[in-house]
Design a protein around this ligand. Structure first.
Ligand code: SAH
Length: 240
């Protein structure tokens, strides 16, 4: 009897300590996430409440490998495998704000990668369409979207430089890889009133360019320097 009770008590403690570890982890990440939003994002001038609330909500540590979780809320990009990276949190926030996302919007993303940027958008807009050209990243991000119940993210495995004509026109298009020039097909899939954000430049540095399409044509603004991995495809860089 006594032995049995001891065994039950022991089991009870094991299960409590497991829960504690889980809770401690989530509390630790919650703190890091709040600090990330305050010090890296609000402090640098991002003000859109929808963007700030999405950055507070999406668990960035789940979008990187287990070994990198403790660095997930740092002020830098991180490797996600296949020589690709998840962007620095501030860049994600800045690009999302520049896109002026609204709750009824349909947004196209080129370069799913880890899926983090798509998840941030999915917290704000009606539906996100995202294209990835590397199969392992496409499969991994799809699984994560399902696990986190992001049912408003539609994924596709292909070269995104020609867009997704069947689903266009889009209210927003965000390209999260650096392009040598702006692919015309993407511009043609932008709705009137639509916004596009795309890094354009050479292989080593780019400018973040914002396009706005109205009934008169396309208006371009330069948002400043940035550095992204290459947009590789028919209307991007050639594979090398
Ligand atoms: N938005 C991602 C950033 C990933 S890095 C995130 O939040 O993690 C850029 C991604 O663009 C890489 O995964 C790369 O494979 C992908 N990519 C590059 N060229 C592409 C193309 N032509 N079509 C689709 N994806 C592309």
């Amino acid at each position: 009897m006594c032995l049995k009770l001891n065994f039950i008590t022991f089991q009870f403690f094991i299960s409590i300590s497991r829960h504690l570890t889980l809770d401690e982890n989530s509390i630790k990440y919650e703190r890091q996430q709040e600090e990330m939003v305050k010090k890296q994002i609000e402090a640098r001038g991002v003000t859109d409440p929808k963007v700030l609330s999405a950055m507070r909500k999406v668990p960035r540590h789940l979008f990187v490998s287990e070994a990198l979780r403790d660095q997930a809320y740092g002020d830098f990009p991180l490797p996600i495998g296949e020589q690709q990276t998840i962007s620095q949190p501030y860049i994600v926030a800045e690009m999302t704000q520049a896109l002026q996302p609204g709750e009824d919007d349909r947004v196209l993303e080129i370069g799913t990668g880890s899926g983090y940027q798509a998840a941030i958008l999915a917290e704000i807009v009606f539906r996100v369409y995202t294209i990835e050209r590397i199969r392992s990243l496409f499969v991994k991000s799809r699984k994560l979207f399902d696990k986190l119940h992001y049912h408003n993210i539609v994924t596709k495995y292909s070269d995104g430089t020609s867009g997704w004509a069947e689903e266009g026109p889009f209210d927003g298009i965000i390209v999260t890889a650096g392009a040598p020039e702006i692919p015309n097909l993407l511009v043609s899939q932008l709705a009137v009133g639509g916004r596009m954000v795309i890094p354009v430049g050479d292989r080593y540095s780019q400018n973040l360019v914002k396009l706005y399409k109205d009934e008169h044509g396309i208006h371009k603004t330069n948002l400043g320097g940035c550095r992204f991995v290459k947009l590789v495809g028919e209307y991007g860089w050639r594979e090398s």
